[in-house]
Design a protein around this ligand. Structure first.
Ligand code: ADP
Ligand code: RBF
Ligand code: MG
Length: 412
């Protein structure tokens, strides 16, 4: 138990949107389109800021604040009456309710829920979502909350997050006297603020890139649910991490329960890999791979790769071992998510536009920031060593034979 968590956690309270299910991108897309319809002069950045600013709130509360901040009027008429929150919500709801089925769980959500269930840790859900939309949001994942002891919805309290009511209600339903024995897992700054105001311990798994916004409201910050370590809070530990050298927990990895396959042409990146780091990474376009990319938390992974550069049946033509980064490269603070594998093989030259196939098998660590470029480079080389050791193990080595990697793979 770390010094900043002197109280033993006995209960867990989970947020839903952005924590257990990946609703944020869909909400951004749908709400953004409706906002633009009402005011064509809005730029992408103000729309993003407006939506991000209300993340975690109840839909009606959020709509009200967005209208205020963007000064939205009916049909965009400068002299017209203000748009009402109910009107805005009615428009976004229609579209969203038809599309919640597209929403996937967050990487690591089922794993965390399974751990809590296995160890019978009493767990509640505290969501800003009103009860009437909950099942629509979970339509593709009807069993997700099966073992959650109680569900508290936004319509059950007078005030929504950042007010602490919903968390206090969850504590009451769980039968907890001391809120500080509850650990809240939240993705938004407002949700964290609410949980802190309820006197609870807060673990933030940020869905907003600017981590400064969580300052003061979160006791711990994890880049994804993969990196949550419940044992730090006196809760049961995950037992699926493996040590590279047994007994030495310095280098560890997490096998993926389902390998993730991706394919696409190699695209241009930021042009930094080989030049600045001496580490070339063959980037894949994220847009057409959205589903696969979202199934993986941002972080560093290992697996197999094949590229149509050479005849894949040639000796040395692949599949090759690879170690890859997926995410925003915090060291460079990229605005765009990238998928970039470093193929652990010497190539004669570039292979832009050639088809690349990946089979991602295990997770190594979250993306990190480093004080110096040298430290980043050193760490990436260590990741490569971890990848090589893992890929030599039979359970990962056998995936080199996955037909997906080479079938029909021909150079352009
Ligand atoms: P970019 O920013 O455009 O991705 P990089 O400096 O990262 O540029 O270089 C990546 C390119 O280098 C890849 O697209 C590929 O064509 C080439 N390349 C050569 N060897 C490798 C390798 N071992 N792994 C990945 N890419 C390689
Ligand atoms: N970038 C980061 O900002 N933080 C990281 O922790 C990080 N880890 C990486 C690990 C591997 C195995 C690879 C291949 C790249 C990693 N990068 C990381 C991305 C690196 O910054 C990127 O490849 C270059 O900026 C080229 O685009
Ligand atoms: Mg690259």
């Amino acid at each position: 138990m770390p010094p900043w968590a002197p109280v033993k956690i006995t209960h867990v309270i989970l947020d839903l949107d952005g924590t257990l299910i990946n609703t944020e991108q869909l909400v951004d897309e749908v709400v953004g389109a409706v906002l633009r319809k009402h005011d064509a002069s809005l730029d992408t950045k103000s729309i993003r800021n407006a939506i991000e600013g209300v993340r975690g709130m109840r839909p009606l509360d959020g709509s009200r604040i967005i209208i205020e901040n963007l000064k939205l009027r009916k049909d965009g008429a400068a002299d017209g009456p203000a748009l009402t929150a109910e009107e805005l919500l009615a428009e976004t709801e229609v579209e969203l309710n038809g599309r919640w089925g597209e929403v996937n769980t967050m990487p690591g959500a089922e794993r965390l829920l399974a751990l809590l269930r296995r160890h019978e840790v009493p767990t509640a859900l505290a969501t800003s979502t009103p009860a009437k939309y909950l099942s629509a949001k979970l339509v593709s994942h009807p069993n997700l909350l099966e073992h959650v002891a109680c569900v508290c919805t936004g319509d059950e309290v007078r005030r929504g997050k950042p007010d602490p009511s919903i968390f206090l209600l969850a504590a009451e339903r769980l039968g907890v006297d001391d809120p500080s024995s509850c650990l809240v897992v939240e993705d938004t700054p407002l949700g964290c603020q609410a949980a802190k105001a309820a006197g609870m311990r807060v673990l933030a798994v940020p869905s907003i890139q600017n981590h400064d916004l969580y300052g003061g409201h979160a006791d711990e910050l994890c880049r994804s649910l993969y990196d949550v370590d419940p044992a730090r809070w006196g809760l049961p530990a995950f037992d699926d991490w493996r040590e590279l050298v047994p007994g030495m927990s310095l280098d560890r990895y997490l096998p993926l329960t389902t390998p993730i396959r991706m394919r696409g042409p190699v695209v241009k990146g930021f042009g930094r890999g080989s030049k600045m780091l001496g580490i070339p990474t063959a980037n894949l376009d994220v847009a057409p791979l959205k589903l696969q990319a979202d199934a993986l938390a941002p972080g560093i992974y290992f697996g197999w790769a094949a590229v149509a550069k050479e005849d894949p049946r040639d000796v040395g033509g692949g599949p090759h071992r690879m170690v890859m980064s997926i995410g925003w490269n915090p060291f460079f603070d990229n605005a765009k998510k990238t998928i970039e594998p470093w193929l652990l093989h010497e190539f004669g030259g570039d292979f832009y536009d050639q088809e690349l196939r990946l089979n991602v098998l295990g997770y190594i660590r979250p993306e990190a920031n480093f004080t110096t470029l040298e430290d980043l480079v050193k760490r990436i080389h260590r990741d490569a060593e971890v990848a090589k050791t893992c890929l030599a193990l039979e359970e990962f080595a056998k995936h080199a034979d996955d037909p997906f990697l080479v079938e029909g793979l021909v150079p352009n």
